[in-house]
Ligand binder design. Structure first.
Ligand code: 0O2
Length: 212
């Protein structure tokens, strides 16, 4: 799918990286404010922690080549949606959807795409909630809607994804079948754990409420 985003007009690498770094700062501040407000109202932090990164030039070029595109600066902006990436790690699955809704309600952000790998996990067992958004970045004489990929997942999903990512990197995508199978089984255990922890938390909250 192709998106016409204002940021596709940037022609030099330095400006491009400046925009993606600025977009990460904007989204990072938004996420911090939401977490602070949530703490203020509900005395509870839905976000365990966040991680941010700008993809390396090697990794951007690898992704473009894999998709069959030439490694040019306009193609990077058009076809690579996760040059700027924010990962939000929560305790419970319900927090994921709560945070996604709060992000969706921010009128200066445009939501380009949602991929819900929690409702529909990948074949590998991968679970995470992905949003591609644009955030306006105001430079001295122009505004660029800059793409950011936001991944929202639980601590357990993140633990699984990190190990699976490491495996794929180590085996260069030729992961032995028994390891794939073991990882898939672990993904099932991660889902069960998330579900049980969510139920347990709901029960704890209910009994705390009843004691008031
Ligand atoms: P890295 O090294 O983490 O940056 P698209 O180009 O949008 O059509 P893409 O980029 O595969 O397809 O989109 P998707 O599926 O939303 O994946 C984006 C990112 O999610 C990946 O970036 C990974 O970070 C993560 N991800 C997706 N699938 C898996 C998976 O099966 N296992 C793990 N561990 N992570 C996954 P990159 O660029 O692939 O990798």
């Amino acid at each position: 799918m192709e998106y016409q985003v204002l940021g596709s007009g940037v022609e030099d690498w330095e400006t491009l990286i400046l925009l993606y770094n600025s977009a990460l700062k904007e989204i990072g501040t938004k996420v911090d404010i939401l977490n602070d407000e949530f703490q203020h109202i509900h005395q509870y932090n839905p976000i365990e922690h966040t991680k941010m990164r700008v993809k390396t030039s090697e990794s951007i070029v690898r992704k473009l080549r894999k998709k069959g595109y030439e490694a040019t600066i306009p193609n990077m902006q058009k076809y690579v949606s996760d040059i700027a990436g924010v990962r939000i790690i929560c305790s419970f699955t319900s927090d994921i959807y709560r945070i996604a809704d709060m992000i969706r309600n921010q009128s200066d952000l445009k939501i380009l795409e949602i991929r819900d790998y929690i409702k529909t996990p990948k074949e590998s067992g991968y679970k995470s909630y992905h949003m591609i958004v644009t955030v306006p970045i105001f430079l001295s004489d122009s505004v660029y809607d800059t793409k950011v990929e936001i991944q929202i997942r639980t601590v357990a999903m993140d633990f699984w994804a990190s190990l699976e990512h490491k495996m794929n990197y180590k085996f260069e995508s030729n992961v032995p079948e028994h390891i794939k199978k073991e990882l898939y089984d672990c993904a099932k255990m991660v889902s069960d754990l998330d579900e049980r922890m969510l139920k347990l938390n709901e029960e704890i909250l209910k009994s705390a409420e009843a004691e008031k």
